[in-house]
Each structure stands twice: as C-alpha cells, then as structure tokens.
Design a protein around this ligand. Structure first.
Ligand code: BGC
Length: 891
C-alpha cells in the first residue's frame, strides 16, 4: 500500500477490504452501467478513500497514461478518460476572462466574454469576484468542461506587460482576496480550478527562455502570496507551472517551488500541470513535483518515456502513484466523477447582464475636470464618438484567453442606445484599426490615407501579396489591399487567438510560420519636408521609393532601420516593400512574421482619418474618444506605454477643437498620457470590458452607474519611471530578469524610490464625494489559540449629491524593525455603497501579513512588535486618516 503518499491517513480496515475485493490484476472493461458498481464509485466514501482504491487498482501503464495528457484541439488541455475505471476525461477550458470553447459542436463555440480579469480586480469587490467566478463555473460546466484554466495569479510587475489583462493586478493582497472568492465560486459548480502561471511568469517577452531571479522574501511576500491564499482559503484543485525559469531552473522542473514551497510550505494538496509543453524533462519534472503533463502525447516527454524511466529505476512507481493520486483525489473531491459536465445552453441574456454590470463596475474614472462627466443629456445636442474600433466590439486581449462572445455591443452602439433619438451621435474612426501589429516596437505605421494601391486608385492602403514560403516563390496564397503594412503573425494569427479589429482582413493561417510579402502602391504626403521612414521587422525587409532602395533591414533579430527622406507635397512616389521571414527558422513557438512600415512625420502632418474626426468633433457638443492597445499572450510585451497607431495625435488634434473631450481607454495595461492628459477633461480607464462593453461604457458616461473602480495597478508617467525600469530587471539581460527591486513591486516601489506616478494604485474618482472620520484601531486576542486580530474602524460619509460606492483602503506603513519594509502595503479594504448624505461605520480586519515580513534566515514570517503606522484613504496616496496599531510582543 502507498498510504505514506497521502497527507491524511487511510482507515486501517480499508486496505484489507480492498485486497479482498479487487485482488485480480486486470480490471475488466466497465460499461457505463458497470462503472457505477466499481468500489471507488461509492459516494459514501471520502475522496481520499476513493482515490486510494483506484490508484491501487491501476497498472503502471494505466497510471502513466493517466498523468500524461492528450493533445486535443477541442479543449484548452485534455486528458482522455479511462473507461474501464470509470474515470472521466479532464476537459479543460481556458478561463481567466470567460470560458474559451474550442469544440465547434459545443454551442457554436460561444460563451460570455467577460470583462478582463484586470477589470475585475479594479472593482475591488469580493462579491463581484464571486459573481464572476460563479458565472465562469456555470458556463464551464454547461459547455462540457470540468477544469477551468484560470485565474491568472501573475503579479503585474511591469506596468505594460502584455498579459497583465489576464491578471488581478500588482498587489498580492488584492489578488488574494479577489481570487479566493473567484476560485471558490468556480469550484462550487463541480469545475476544478487551475491557477496560473506558477511562478514568476511576469513577462511575455522571451517567455520560453527567460529566467526570473527573485529572492525568497520577494517570492513569499509578493509572488506566491495569491497562490498561498487560494490554497488555504479556497482549496484550489490545481496549479499550472509556467514556461519560464525560476532562479535558474525551469518552473516545471523546479523542486524548490513545486515541492518545498508549494506543498511543504503552502500546504497544497492539489496537482500541478504544465503549461503548454512547458515540461522540459521526463524524470526531473515528476520528481520535482509536476503531476500532469499537458498537452502530453503525442509530442510530450512523459507517456512511454516515463514508463521506461520507471523500468530504468530513474523514477519510482511511488512517485507515479503520488501524482496519480493527487489528480484523482481532486477529481473526486471537486465532484468530477459524480457530476459530469454537461452541454446545456448558456443563458446569453442573463449572463450578458452580469457581464455588463461587472464591466461598468470595473471602470476607473481617472480624471474628471470641470465635472465633464456624467454627460448631461439636457445640455448636449450632439456627441462625436471617435476611435479606431469604437464601432465594433473586437477590443479584447489576444491569445489563449480570447473568448468567442455570445453577442457584442460596441461602444458606438452602447452610446447610441443610451443617447436616444434627441441626442445626435456620429462616428469617425480617427485612425486605422488596431491589430497585433500594433504590439510591435518601433515608430507608428504609416497611416493608410497617405497610401494608395496604385497611382490612379481612389482606395487607401497598399496592394499586398503573401506567399507561404520565405522566397516569394510560386503564386501568392493571398492578395488584398492592406490598409497598413503592419504585420504580426505566428502565434498572433492562430485561429481564435487573434483579437484584431473586425475591420481588418484576417490573413490565412498558412502564413503563420515561414512567409513573405510584397506591398506595392504609392505614397503621397500633404506637406513637403523630411520624413523618417522605417521598417521594424524580424527577418529582412526592404523599402523602395521610386525604384530606389531606401531601407535595407536585414536582421536575424527584431530591429528598426530608419531613413530620412525628403518628400514633396502631393507628389506620388512609387512604393514597394518586400518582406521575408528569412531568419534562422526556429520551429519553436510564437515565431512568425513581424513587419511594420512606419514613420515619424512632423506634428502638422495630419492624416485624413484624423481630419475627419476633427471635423466631426468641431460640430459636436462633446467628443468621446475610445482608444485602445493591442495586448496579447505571445512572446512580446509592448516596449513603451504610448497609445499605438496615431491615437495620441488623434486625441491632441480633437482636443484642439472641442472643449468637452472624454477619453475612454480600453487596455489591459497602463498607458502613457503625459502629452495629452491635460488637454482633455475626463479619462475613463475601461480595461477590456468584454462583450457588453458598449452598454457598460454608456452606463458610466451617462451616470446611470456611478464609477467606483480603483486602479489595481499603478499608472506610471512613462516606461522609464517605474521600479523595474532597468534592463537587468526588465526585460532582462542574456535572458535573466533580476527582480532586484525585491518586495518593492508596484506602489511599494514607487513610494520607496520616490517615483511619482501618473495615477496611483487604488486611485479612482466618483461622481460623488466621500468624507472619512474617526479612525480607531483595535488589537484583540481571541479564540482558543489566543490569536491576535488587528482591526480598524472609521466613519465614511457620502458628502456629495449622488449615491455611490467607495473602496475604503487601509495600508500599513514601515514595520518596527531594521529590516527594510514597504512604506505602504495594502492591509485591508472594503467597498461600501452610500446614499447621498448617509454615513456608515466601516470595520476592516487587517491582513496579519501586512504587519509581518518574511525572514530569509528563519524561512518564515516574522511579526515585529511595536507601533506600525496605519493609513486609511481613497487611494494609496490619497490618505484621509492616519493612525497606528501596536503589535504586541511574541506574535
Ligand atoms: C498559456 C496558458 C493556457 C494554455 C492552454 C498557454 O499558451 O500560457 O495560459 O492555459 O496555453 O491554452
């Protein structure tokens, strides 16, 4: 027997009973009816007993097969069931921002596209997190999935991380509180949760090779903390080990984090699965603590190879049993055997209403000069809605989290619906649509209105031909008029991963590995002068102007080559751009064409798209500009925080002619606003608000919902003014990212290093105001173990004239110790709703970890005694009340 593998002791009699009942080696194939009679199907037994019975019956081959997943395009990950044992398949869906359905036979692959996880975090409302998780759990279960691959518990260490939208922000306590409710709610639907990506998976750039090097203290206080909470408070079933290395060893091969930390320290009893082919070994990974290889066979490193490793004595059968047990235990515990997932139609309308409500709650009113918001329908006759994709609802993060929505409401539709017929709403795009090309570094793409496919064409853009080989050999596989030469294929162009504007043509996936392209036409500018033309590309790109080679960008790495040329106004120059993916082909992932034909032009070179938007804004009473970034999973982060594709210029030009400008920014990351912030009245950070984005935006703009979102990430002034702005820290040198800022992540770092952000962590305005008074702190010992609890209470009053919700935030200051601690760290928060004039006494229990630090010598938490400053406020820098709390000795 292998009872020593399991944490809880198996009842003594059970071993005997089992030997008697199931002593034959081979288990006959169980038909579904017979499966019910198998001993482990007895619901009266505990999950532990059932898992033990089953493990003991399985052969080595059965067990290895069971812990090796199966590649299956219909699921995020999949592990085939074992009929003879009545083991159901593990049918997994990606799910940090909605249930991603890959099986075309399941409800047309449609589910509710929720506001992105970063938006959920911005609600600072644990009840909302529960609602979100419940919806995901319900939709996963009713679309045949029994495992949800989410939430993303990666700390948003870098303000412009491309995958920040899948995460719950930069603060481990906020993440913990939100994730705990999310996970509990998902799992209450008989759907097992996989939290990801463990560990230090905080950048996309170089994601398969980068080595995140952080101290034990930073890992415990910051990065592992959200995982610790969902393990302790939500009995989370599974963890996904990440692609990157952690302190020199690949995460899925890393005993220090998978066993010493996760199991021995954090008490995890679930199973660890690999991210997509993140398993790098046959024996080390299972010995280090990985339990399930995903996607597994074919193409994996376990399966037969692992059976062989057992025969060779490299891996013990007990180790295989251990992993088998861990998975089975969770499957029994979370109800996967007894309540099989089903295919029942999603209630699109009811779930859409929840998505709308959460999206509206997630929006953060960053700035509201002259109380420009809410829009006053009595005073306005016309609104200009402007923005590259304000007329469609494509805005969402790309990659494995992308959801195919049940329906969509674009910002334009939402605003039109709400405005009614007396308020005229008109649209102008202002810039070309946004695509994965806009994720690439380098100067903005040349706007389509300066380009034409031929000298006599009325169309904008360039004639584009594409080949599925890198040599332009044979016939092109695709031709069209491309608005811009702004290409980003490979991972970004996989079916269902591409979140580009619906106004752009989708290129065939046959171009995803090696390809070549030729763009031809003319370029014509409105002003004579110097223009800095450029290509930013991976592979070789060449630009010919009137037949002359002006840019020759050959490189085995991604790079930009610029060339200043003089162009005369209104003269048509023949333009040809040739591009080939002739870099050393690495069949590794995320490779793919990357090309942008860009430029830098004088500020007064304004393109037709912007001019049309300016004309519209001029004749409108107010202008709402919906901006966006393209964020995606992949191998790249943005290299700066500027809004891409001329959107900054658009805002500045519109603000020149309209005095009532509201910017609604849809992004998963912080964006730079320095150049335009003061030229507009109001800024709403809308994140990626999901399928109901239009209605939710309208709810906030027109004041039907009083904004109550607060930033879950600091918005830096720009990319150089953050606590991780050195190359060694991010993106790393020689593939090593040194987390030398230690615990000073996000606002902890901004405060410690005296860096002034554009908008602080926790910031968010309301259409009303709140007053804070009468702070009291209390330290109490109670319960059998005389556990000490720390509490603050205060009065909050709605001093304005509108009902609204406030997030009361409590931060602790430096701890009474010589060890460096954060100037502020979030210790508690509560969201309350108040009618105008009403007051409420708010009591908040503090996180004891916010009064402690992790001691690397003791390998444990220490709570120093003495007085600790307590700050209570409406953001991490808008502190309204200050007090202190006395930590007694010997905690
Ligand atoms: C992502 C994971 C995802 C998995 C399965 C990977 O590329 O990093 O987050 O769960 O694919 O789709």
């Amino acid at each position: 027997m292998i009872g020593f593998l399991r944490k809880k002791q198996k009842p003594a009699m059970l071993g005997l009973a089992l030997t008697m009942a199931l002593s034959t080696a081979a288990v006959p194939l169980a038909s579904p009816a017979e499966a019910d009679t198998l001993p482990w199907m007895d619901k009266a037994l505990s999950a532990e007993e059932r898992a033990n019975l089953l493990v003991d019956k399985m052969t080595l081959e059965d067990k290895v097969d069971f812990i090796t997943g199966n590649l299956n395009n219909y699921y995020g990950f999949y592990n085939g069931g074992v009929e003879k044992y009545g083991i159901p398949a593990l049918t997994m869906a990606d799910g940090p921002v909605g249930v991603r359905i890959a099986n075309p036979d399941v409800q047309d692959k449609k589910s509710t596209a929720m506001p992105a996880a970063i938006g959920l975090a911005a609600t600072w409302n644990t009840e909302t997190a529960e609602k979100y998780g419940d919806l995901l759990g319900d939709e996963a279960f009713n679309t045949t999935h029994n495992v949800l691959l989410g939430p993303g518990l990666d700390i948003a260490r870098n303000a412009f991380g491309s995958r920040n939208f899948e995460s719950l922000g930069e603060d481990p306590y906020l993440q913990s509180q939100m994730a705990t409710e999310y996970v509990k709610a998902v799992q209450s639907n008989n759907v097992l949760v996989t939290a990801k990506h463990y560990l230090l998976n905080n950048q996309e750039l170089n994601r398969f090779v980068s080595d995140s090097q952080a101290s034990e203290r930073a890992i415990n206080e910051i990065y592992a903390k959200p995982f610790a909470s969902v393990i302790k408070d939500a009995e989370m079933g599974s963890v996904m080990c990440s692609f990157n290395k952690v302190n020199g060893v690949y995460a899925c091969d890393n005993e220090e984090i998978l066993t010493n930390l996760l199991r021995d320290k954090l008490g995890f009893e679930g199973f660890v699965m690999s991210d997509y082919r993140a398993n790098v070994s046959t024996s080390n990974s299972i010995k280090a603590g990985m339990d399930l290889e995903t996607p597994g066979d074919p193409g994996g490193l376990w399966g037969d190879k692992l059976v062989q490793a057992v025969h060779n004595g490299e891996v013990s059968e007990e180790t295989i049993d251990q992993s088998t047990y861990r998975i089975l235990y969770q499957m029994f515990d979370k109800g996967l055997f007894d309540n099989p997932a089903q295919n029942n139609k999603i209630d699109a309308k009811a779930h859409g209403a929840i998505a709308r409500q959460i999206a509206a709650e997630s929006m953060v009113l960053l700035q509201n000069d002259d109380k420009a918001l809410p829009l006053d329908t009595d005073k306005l006759d016309s609104i200009a809605v402007i923005g590259p994709d304000a007329d469609n609802a494509s805005t969402a993060g790309g990659g494995s989290s992308l959801v195919n929505p049940t329906y969509t409401v674009s910002p334009l539709e939402g605003i039109k619906n709400r405005a009614g017929k007396d308020l005229k709403v008109e649209y102008a795009a202002g810039t070309d649509p946004i695509s994965a090309g806009d994720l690439l570094p380098g100067p903005n793409a040349v706007p389509s209105s300066f380009l034409a496919p031929s000298a006599d064409s009325e169309e904008n853009g360039l004639k584009a031909e594409y080949w599925s080989n890198a040599k332009m050999e044979g016939n092109p596989v695709y031709e069209h008029t491309a608005k811009q030469a702004n290409l980003h294929l490979g991972f970004y162009n996989y079916e269902g991963f591409n979140a580009q504007s619906t106004k752009l043509d989708k290129l065939p996936t046959s171009l995803n590995s090696m390809m070549s392209a030729r763009y031809t036409g003319v370029i014509q500018v409105p002003k004579s002068g110097e223009y800095k033309l450029s290509t930013s590309s991976y592979g070789s790109s060449k630009v010919y102007l009137d037949g002359k080679l002006v840019i020759d960008n050959t490189g085995e790495t991604f790079g930009t080559v610029e060339k200043t040329v003089t162009l005369n106004a209104n003269q048509k120059y023949d333009l040809k751009i040739e591009y080939k993916t002739d870099y050393p082909y690495n069949p590794g992932r995320d490779n793919g064409a990357k090309l942008r034909f860009g430029w830098e032009a004088a500020d007064d070179v304004v393109d037709e798209n912007i001019k049309k938007a300016v004309e519209l804004a001029k004749k409108s009473d107010a202008a709402v500009i919906v901006t966006k970034t393209y964020d995606s999973e992949g191998n790249i982060d943005r290299s700066d925080m500027e809004l891409p594709n001329n959107q900054e210029q658009l805002i500045k030009e519109v603000a020149k002619v309209n005095k009532h400008v509201v910017v609604v920014n849809e992004s998963g990351m912080a964006v730079e606003m320095g150049d335009w912030k003061d030229s507009v009245d109001s800024i709403v950070q809308a994140w990626y608000p999901g399928q109901e984005q239009g209605n939710a935006i309208a709810d906030v703009l027109f004041g039907d919902v009083n904004p109550s979102g607060k930033l879950p990430v600091t918005f830096p002034v720009d990319e150089d003014k953050t606590p991780v702005s050195s190359d060694e820290q991010y993106p790393g040198v020689n593939d090593v990212s040194k987390y030398s800022e230690g615990i000073f992540v996000g606002y902890r770092g901004f405060e410690e290093y005296g860096i002034k952000p554009a908008f602080s962590f926790g910031h968010g305005l309301s259409y009303t105001e709140f007053g804070y008074k009468n702070l009291k702190t209390k330290v109490q010992s109670s319960g059998k173990n005389k556990e000490t609890t720390f509490e603050v209470s205060l009065n909050v009053r709605n001093t304005g004239d509108k009902a609204g919700s406030e997030v009361v935030q409590v931060y602790t200051g430096k701890l009474p110790t010589d060890v460096e601690t954060a100037p502020k760290q979030l210790a508690g928060f509560q969201k309350i709703k108040l009618e105008p004039g009403k007051q409420q006494r708010v009591t908040i229990q503090l996180d004891s970890k916010a009064l402690s630090y992790y001691d690397e010598e003791k390998h444990d938490w220490v709570m120093p005694s003495g007085s600790v400053p307590v700050y209570v406020g409406s953001s991490s820098t808008d502190i309204r009340l200050t007090g202190s709390i006395k930590v007694p000795a010997n905690q």
